[in-house]
Design a protein around this ligand. Sequence first.
Ligand SMILES: *Cc1c(COP(=O)(O)O)cnc(C)c1O
Length: 422
Amino acid sequence: MTETEVSESQTKGSYLNELAGSKTGKTTQVRGKYGKYGGRYVPEVLMPALEELEGGYERYKNDPEFLAELNRYLRDFAGRETPLYFARNLSKKYGLKIYLKREDLVHGGAHKLNNAMGQALLAKYMGKTRLIAETGAGQHGTATAMAGANLGFETVVYMGAKDIKRQQMNAYRMELMGTEVKAVHTGSKTLKDAINEAFRDWVTNIANTHYLIGSVVGPHPYPVIVRDFQSVIGREVKEQILEKEGRMPDSIVACAGGGSNAMGIFHPFVEDKEVKLIAVEAGGKALKCTGKAALHSACLCAGEEGILHGARTKVLQDKNGQILESESVSAGLDYSGVGPELAYLAESGRVTARYAIDDEAVAAFHELSRLEGIIPALESSHALAYLKKAAETGELGEIVVVNLSGRGDKDLETVLSLKRGV
Ligand SMILES: *Cc1c(COP(=O)(O)O)cnc(C)c1O
């Protein structure tokens, strides 16, 4: 298969690929490649929107006025900079010096607002008046609702009808902030159907609408834009660790779903070869697949090259190239793809890909709560779970930074129901 083709087996199940396969019969592939990954595997009808976005980003990304305004919002609205906290009890237990980057303290309880605020402000500078987004568990929808309300946008979030039922509080949270939550009743009524609806909306309303994608995924320029807005995490870590330790860390550990908190903390360190970068994926029940579904979400560890949401990357797919549903106890990691740049860095060996299964993450969730008085998100708990495995092999060195991507308040019901065995 060449870069400009989408094979028949990969044209099913997604609006992007449906269009690519039927109407024009061709896709366009341009900049934004990471080795063989990345690119823009989209139908022609989406190209003007992506090009306009790329142009807008190039124009404003180094604009002093834009950056000053963004920094103001990040400081006064989002609560940056976040602390780099020395977790002394956890450190003692594992015989390492463990620092936690406290993204759990960002407004909304996770790193997601860094990107939502950045893209919303960019959209405003580009003259857009309407934001759309799609959300699975509701976390990215909530971050978009916050940014949208704050900057005065009309905001619409697409959410699968099944997900709305499962996440009523998040849907209500968005509505409180003036966002219209649109239920998607097609297909499996979950995230992938919501993504299709969001693309459909964007194509129709390109003139006034920005599609705010929530992770380092999708067609170019999204993986670059989201990475850059999240890189504030790694830039702060670099200054903070030099101040506290007078040197670079030996390793940095982050959980990876789409990969935005991982790319955000890794990116400023990619050239610092002495710093080991470790992405921890969701191993779910086990690294196995049954029929139409994977029992995990570990695309770097156990996925294959394929195309998902307009980019070539590592995905979970069956022998015929059909995307498999993923599984994880943490909604934020439950995704069948991963960002193309992270796939490239993992394949080239710069990033080490590991995984933790559900039970290990839940154990780490309890451990950090008890040892440090910090309840971590189940997503971040995967990164913490990996500390335990790695402390035994010594592969982390002495000074370790863990990206605590979010707080666990949203996960209490999940953890309680596990305890009760329901
Ligand atoms: C959404 C989310 C993630 C997963 O997204 P990435 O793009 O992989 O960072 C991780 N942690 C938390 C707390 C999240 O809300």
